[in-house]
Design a binder for this molecule. Structure first.
Ligand SMILES: [Zn+2]
Length: 108
């Protein structure tokens, strides 16, 4: 099942690959017939939850790996995937400078 995240919303491919359903985990809701008629957690919502959990777990792993010492960006890309690392840099969770990555200390 293909999953794509768009902010807080997810697009999930149907099992027959004919449709793309929109899942909003905040509600949670899905626009597939199963959710519309039964109002029960459908397989798309479950897939989106699983995807979000997986993402959070990877982020935690990255932060733990980087925390305390600068990490080489090439190593991070290799270990956790380009997309995830670039996303975390873009969102400001990580700072990249001269090929080294560090965790941005969050101030409250
Ligand atoms: Zn659904």
């Amino acid at each position: 099942m293909k999953v794509a995240r768009l902010g807080d919303r997810f697009k999930i491919e149907s099992s027959d690959k004919e449709n793309l359903y929109n899942v909003d985990l905040a509600e949670p809701s899905c626009d597939c017939p199963s959710f519309i008629y039964r109002r029960n957690e459908c397989k798309h919502i479950i897939a989106a939850k699983k995807f979000a959990e997986e993402e959070a777990r990877t982020e935690k792993d990255v932060l733990e790996f980087v925390s305390g010492n600068d990490a080489d960006i090439a190593l991070l890309h290799k270990k956790f995937g380009n997309e995830k690392i670039n996303q975390m840099i873009r969102l400001g969770d990580l700072i990249e400078r001269d090929g080294k990555v560090r965790v941005l200390a969050k101030e409250l």
